[in-house]
Design a protein around this ligand. Sequence first.
Ligand SMILES: O=C(O)CCC(=O)C(=O)O
Ligand SMILES: [Fe+2]
Length: 274
Amino acid sequence: MQRPIARLAIGSLRRTSCCSCSRAYTTNAQSPHPALTILPDYLDAIEQDVLLRNSLRLLDSPARTNSAGRKRRRDWIKQNPHWDGRRGFMADEAYAWEEGHFDGVIKRYREMLVREGMWASAPPLPDAEQLEAALAKIYSLLPPPATAPPEIPPRSPPSHLILHLLHLASDGAIYPHVDNLEAFGRTIVGVSLGGERVMRFKRSSESAQETGDPGPTEFEVLLEPGSAYIQREPLRTFYTHEVLGMTTWRGRSVGGSQRLSIMLRDRLDRDADA
Ligand SMILES: O=C(O)CCC(=O)C(=O)O
Ligand SMILES: [Fe+2]
């Protein structure tokens, strides 16, 4: 199966010129770099819950699981009859994880591209209105295109952005990489659900003069559930980012539990013209 995202591992970075897009966001005081906005508590508990539940519904749908994966899940549910299927993750052993991404960047994960119409379901969802409101809230993190967007079914990702779900196992991690410059635009938004993780950014060496970057060469941020982050230039192109496994954050241990991120990326301008 073709993997939906291409990430370039640190050894294979190709440079393209830095685009000059600038988005109007308030830079949060917690962010160590002016091109990274962190919005702690962007989603309340109800919004997190509806997004997590529906993201897992899509990842577990028959269209994207095989029969062995479905059996594993059924067996786990049988052995755990008290599990409340309406919320949260099952244990790691209930899921069929991909062991390694084709480009070697991610370990122990499940991932999917969410296309138009996919959030809908038959029969209609009991929480359809809540889901629609929570999705509208996260879609608004990427500014709309200058021209009027075409009509799309309710809840679908607007046509100017690309939406992926990424579910990491408790021992999953994402190694240093730059998201494919040829496949996506220049703004990356991540919405964090589930377990906390630390994200590390590192400026890649040859970029320093190109960008005149005022930020630190390396820094870490805490990705708390319900938070969102927005990466713009020069971070998006000239820094690698990674999501650590177990690590220490301000003297306490962080990581070691499942996390699901909703990733939103803008399309390249050339896609809009296509
Ligand atoms: O999960 C995240 O917040 C980051 C994911 C990521 O770096 C990627 O999908 O390329
Ligand atoms: Fe990435």
